[in-house]
Design a protein around this ligand. Structure first.
Ligand SMILES: *Cc1c(COP(=O)(O)O)cnc(C)c1O
Length: 373
């Protein structure tokens, strides 16, 4: 009976409930404290959170904002990227990146990706026009793009560099963390992310004190000293409660990352040869564990029949989405167009047990007839 129940429980793609009683108690204590003090915006926790993020990214400054989307949009605006400018970015990512470029008034230019789904930096030079102003790479699924090469290209072509490291906090390359390469880099802390808040939250990191000042102003209706509006902008502040709770759960982040990496290793060991597994180990944040699979739809249905949730991240390439299709000419992105039909994200969150992971592995082996029987 027990066994039957075990094999029929759903393995969830994501599980955001807080069931660690100690963590829950710590979170509720800071909520209680913030509520009692009543400083619900611009509380001291927001500044402390900014210091923590800046340190993690090896940057001088961080500015807390209300979401990763806001972080991207405000990063672009704080660097003066706007109408007439082109921003070279990825077709394989989340729409927030392209939306931020368009809402800043600039034009996205899509560069194809490598087999690892990150931008192919060898194609960037061919796309640089006189209007090119910035490169905006996304560290997709939590793996860093080849940032040494991307940084060198940005320098060579005198382009600004803005990283979307929404999925890649604590990912690194040669000891250099995600977010440390850009003139301004945007982080999301929405609840799904590797380091997630309990609502919407984001941050921009930069070494440039002027950019920081502009961000401080842009997130508060474009006002200087919270009085005089210098640049029309909306409200993009992070509230004190989110900052306070992020300061609590950041202490759990190293453990969560270690568990994600352990799960990834177990998946890769069990699935190598059946599907194409993501490369990377301790340098990868494993926001998702995304494989390239033959007969992806069939595998997906088989996993569902075994009570295993999986997702397509994302089912459509960005330039093919309804909002943009008629807006721009179809870019040449053959690799992305192939990979988008093969990607499949398997369950990935720190609460997965080894048994859960093994059940996923067994189901994949069953599907490809590789269970050895
Ligand atoms: C989550 C995400 C965003 C947007 O962040 P929000 O906080 O949800 O607004 C942007 N880019 C990427 C790559 C993301 O994964």
């Amino acid at each position: 009976m027990q066994n039957r129940e075990l094999t029929t429980t759903t393995i969830r793609f994501l599980d955001l409930s807080v069931d660690d009683p100690t963590l829950k108690r710590e979170l509720l204590a800071v909520v209680d404290d913030v509520l009692s003090r009543g400083q619900l915006v611009f509380g001291p926790e927001v500044e402390e959170f900014e210091g923590t993020v800046a340190r993690m990214c090896h940057k001088k400054h961080a500015v807390a904002v209300s979401s990763g989307s806001d972080a991207l949009y405000l990063a672009l605006r704080s660097l003066g990227i706007g109408p007439g400018d082109e921003v070279i970015t990825t077709p394989m990512g989340w729409v927030a990146t392209t939306n931020a470029i368009l809402l800043a008034g600039a034009t996205p230019v899509f560069v194809d990706v490598r087999e690892d789904m990150n931008i192919d930096e060898s194609l960037i030079s061919g796309l640089v026009t006189r209007r090119a102003k910035a490169i905006l790479p996304v560290h997709w699924h939590g793996k860093l793009c080849r940032m040494d090469a991307v940084s060198a290209l940005a320098q060579e072509h005198r382009l600004l560099l803005v990283e979307d490291f929404a999925q890649a906090i604590a990912a690194q390359s040669g000891g250099r963390p995600a977010g440390s390469y850009g003139h301004a880099s945007a982080l999301s802390l929405n609840p799904m992310k590797v380091w997630g808040a309990y609502g919407e939250a984001g941050a921009v990191v930069t070494d440039d004190a002027e950019v920081r000042e502009r961000l401080n102003c842009l997130r508060h209706a474009g006002t200087v000293n919270k009085e005089d509006c210098h640049f029309p902008a909306l409200n993009g502040k992070m509230d004190t409660l989110q900052a306070a709770m992020l300061l609590v759960n950041v202490r759990r982040l190293p453990g969560w990352l270690a568990r994600r990496r352990e799960i990834a290793r177990r998946y890769t060991k069990g699935l190598a040869g059946l599907v194409r597994c993501p490369e990377g180990g301790d340098d990868h944040a494993f926001y998702t564990y995304t494989v390239l699979a033959r007969n992806r739809e069939g595998l997906r249905a088989h996993l569902a029949s075994r009570g295993i949730e999986s997702r397509l991240r994302q089912p459509f390439l960005i330039p093919h989405q309804t909002a943009y299709r008629s807006m721009m000419p179809r870019p040449r992105i053959p690799v992305a167009e192939r990979l988008v039909h093969e990607i499949l994200s398997l369950p990935m969150h720190p609460k997965l047990t080894d048994d859960d992971v093994d059940r996923v592995i067994v189901a994949v082996r069953e599907f490809y007839g590789a269970d050895g029987r």
